[in-house]
Design a protein around this ligand. Structure first.
Ligand SMILES: *Cc1c(COP(=O)(O)O)cnc(C)c1O
Length: 719
């Protein structure tokens, strides 16, 4: 039906289109209300995709809405808000750094998680990039993002009848996603990037996020050979060679796209090593202007910031040197003369011979480097010890900016309204101020508990609806309907575990002693249930095995229907889970979780973190705001698993289940709520994206901008 009868909104509400195409609606409650009120059934049917929704609203409904006083009030407020989000002059950044408001920060990332209607992310790295861009808009930081448009995105997960993960790719329907192609007249705007001996055309899509624009590169064009059209098709698909080519397009193409659009960034921020080729294009530019190789390197270094995320040496992208040399062969002129110097920038021997390592390239070419938690900072300083001698400042240059989450995006609306009543309407504008949160203890327990019960019931209703659809549309077996969560109890203590399924994250640790776990889950008057969700990377056989094993637990009657597995984890599912679960379980093998962010999302919503002391929890746990699964110093992983599983069971039996089920005469778990309030009080300000990006601005961007301005006479002639 949707394509045949496309109606435009009447003139009075014609701004609906701008509202739908600016993803700032996702974190502005008043804009969400506009779409909810326009057509609630379609809003839910499209999984909150206003672009798609607008193509389905009937002509009658549009004309009716254009006359409705209550709707128009919402609409006018949202339009005013959007205008302010894009153009306000009195932002945090403009007040703090009035002289740095003209040139942007260019933020490069291989993935961005902004909304479920734009599946160009796989997991935590993308969520961090998306949250950072959203907060940059809120604070008025002049940031532009550069990433990849993957027409097929990341895969959808289905569990087969034999309980194995199956991957399907769906072509994105451009007309139903909040992206627009940049054009020159009627033709796509194109940029050329040399790959090997050929040239590849790249087109650009724009995603609007309030003040921030995000440019996404796409090679699926008629002008390109079939294999080059496929280059941008999928996130983390393909082999080494394709991955290398993607990274060249992103880094070198990304710089060319920004130049073509007239940008002259003051800072270039690399989110993880995938983006590091951008420094080569900038070295090339400087060489073309006649700088020496050393001067070019110095210019680039002074204005470039690098965030590293991976604490496992083998997790860093590395390519055979000859492969890199062959793919860069098309960059001619001065660049070619320095081919050897360029390859040396990436050379690193990780034990498997010399490779071109993207992290090494970034470490050697950026002046400000950060890890994403305190613990990850120490791991990083140690892990790259062999190359510190190459660098001015050595390991000392590794700073720490612990990750944070975009609070307006992750806070549950019901809880936000509770804060409006008790902390004042302005709380969201001050959410990174620690003083504000002292007032959390003024919120009556009954009111917080009522919201927590509601959030849990929304989660369970959401899961049952998905299970119902599986049953009705795909006719899956009844045991899979149980696994999907139909037997869940909306009043039982609910534990969530949702993230990528892979070995080091140990989704299976909680099953170390299945009988003991079953006793905890099925206790007669104190039931406990666990909801799992998560995809395994298509090439991660061990991760897929863990999905399989976990799913088998969910259909195993000895756990009494108290374990569920929600398929196809994405941002939409994540919102329900982090807001609705009572406990958020996190059991990585130390120190492999660089930061982790899902536990922060749960904590700000009054869910309680139950985690080993890895990543952010190593600095976030205060003794009162959640639970710490005591680590084991043992070198033997099977001993560590046994010790940590024992600690986990003891916490559940002795602390967690009693705290949840011990109620006062009004049925309120007061001890539980004290911990929940402590979680909100301590996590909200410190682990917000607002605190994080202010720290990037003050400790990395601003010093680099001043350094670059003083050391680069040629810079201003480009662009
Ligand atoms: C927050 C989030 C993640 C990251 O979770 P971690 O626990 O930090 O690994 C991954 N995927 C989605 C969809 C998320 O929302």
């Amino acid at each position: 039906m949707e394509q045949d009868d496309l109606f435009s909104p009447p003139e009075r509400i014609a701004g609906l289109r701008s509202l739908a195409y600016d993803l700032s609606w996702t974190w502005h409650q008043n804009a969400r209300e506009v779409f909810r009120h326009l057509d609630y059934a379609l809003w839910r049917f499209t999984e909150h995709n206003p672009v798609r929704m607008l193509s389905m609203v009937s002509r009658e409904r549009f004309s009716e809405a254009a006359q409705e006083r209550s709707f128009l009030a919402l609409y006018d407020a949202a339009i005013e808000y959007l205008d302010r989000a894009r153009t306000a002059k009195d932002t945090w950044w403009s007040v703090r750094f009035p002289d740095l408001s003209t040139r942007p920060v260019a933020y490069f990332s291989a993935e961005f998680a902004l909304h479920q209607s734009l599946p160009i992310y796989a997991g935590g790295l993308g969520v961090l990039a998306g949250d950072l861009c959203k907060e940059a808009s809120d604070l008025g930081i002049p940031l532009v993002g550069v990433g990849f448009m993957y027409p097929q995105g990341y895969f959808h997960q289905r569990i087969s009848s034999a309980h194995w993960q199956e991957e399907t790719y769906e072509r994105l329907n451009w007309d139903q996603a909040p992206v627009e192609r940049l054009t020159d007249g009627s033709r796509p705007r194109l940029v050329l990037v040399p790959l090997g001996t050929r040239q590849v055309y790249v087109s650009v899509w724009i995603v609007r996020l309030g003040r921030v624009s995000l440019f996404l590169l796409d090679t699926d064009l008629e002008e390109n050979a079939p294999e080059d059209r496929e280059l941008s098709a999928r996130l983390y698909g393909g082999d080494r060679q394709m991955r290398l080519q993607q990274e060249i397009i992103l880094g070198i193409g990304g710089v060319r796209v920004l130049r073509g659009l007239g940008y002259d960034p003051m800072i270039w921020h690399l989110n993880e090593g995938h983006t590091a080729f951008l420094v080569l294009e900038r070295i090339r530019e400087a060489l073309e202007l006649g700088e020496s190789f050393e001067a070019a390197l110095k210019t680039v270094r002074s204005s470039t910031v690098f965030t590293t995320h991976t604490p496992v040496a083998a997790g860093h992208d590395a390519f055979p040197l000859h492969m890199v040399e062959a793919q860069l062969a098309g960059l001619s002129g001065a660049f070619k003369q320095h081919q050897t110097d360029i390859l040396e920038l990436g050379r690193y021997d990780n034990g498997d011979g010399s490779l071109f390592n993207m992290t090494t390239l970034a470490l050697r070419t950026t002046g400000a480097i950060n890890a994403v938690s305190q613990l990850h900072g120490s791991v990083t300083r140690e892990m790259w010890a062999p190359i510190w001698s190459d660098l001015p400042g050595g390991a000392r240059t590794i700073k720490v900016v612990t990750n944070g989450i975009h609070v307006p995006s992750w806070i549950a609306p019901n809880l936000a309204r509770l804060f409006d009543r008790h902390l004042g309407k302005e709380w969201l504008n001050h959410h990174d101020e620690t003083d504000l949160w002292e007032d959390i203890f003024n919120i009556p327990d009954e009111e917080l508990w009522a919201v927590r019960q509601e959030l849990r019931s929304y989660l369970i209703a959401f899961m049952r609806e998905r299970a119902r659809q599986l049953w009705a549309e795909e006719k899956v077996s009844s045991s899979r309907i149980v696994a999907a969560g139909t037997l869940l109890d909306p009043s039982a203590l609910t534990i969530g575990f949702a993230r990528r399924f892979t070995g080091y994250k140990r989704p299976d640790l909680v099953f170390h002693n299945p009988e003991r776990l079953a006793r905890i889950l099925t206790a007669p008057r104190r039931p406990v249930q666990i909801i799992f969700a998560g995809k395994a990377h298509p090439a991660d056989e061990d991760g897929k095995r863990i999905v399989h094993e976990t799913y088998k637990r969910a259909v195993d009657p000895s756990f009494g229907g108290r374990i569920a597995f929600m398929e196809d984890y994405d941002l939409h599912v994540a919102h329900f889970l982090v807001q609705g679960c009572d406990v958020w379980l996190n059991t990585p093998q130390r120190p492999y979780e660089a930061s982790g962010t899902s536990g922060m999302k749960a904590s700000i919503n009054g869910g309680i973190h139950l985690s080993v002391g890895d990543g952010w929890w190593a600095e976030g746990y205060t003794g009162f705001n959640g639970w710490l699964i005591e680590g084991s110093a043992d070198d033997d992983p099977s001993m560590t698993n046994a010790t940590e599983a024992e600690a986990l069971y003891r916490l559940l039996e002795v602390e967690i289940v009693p705290a949840f089920y011990d109620r006062d005469t009004n049925g309120i778990p007061t001890r539980w709520l004290r911990i929940a309030k402590e979680a909100i009080r301590t996590v909200m300000p410190r682990f917000s994206a607002r605190r994080m990006i202010k720290q990037y601005a003050e400790e990395m961007y601003e010093p680099a901008a001043r350094l670059a301005a003083s050391s680069s006479p040629l810079r201003t002639t480009i662009g």
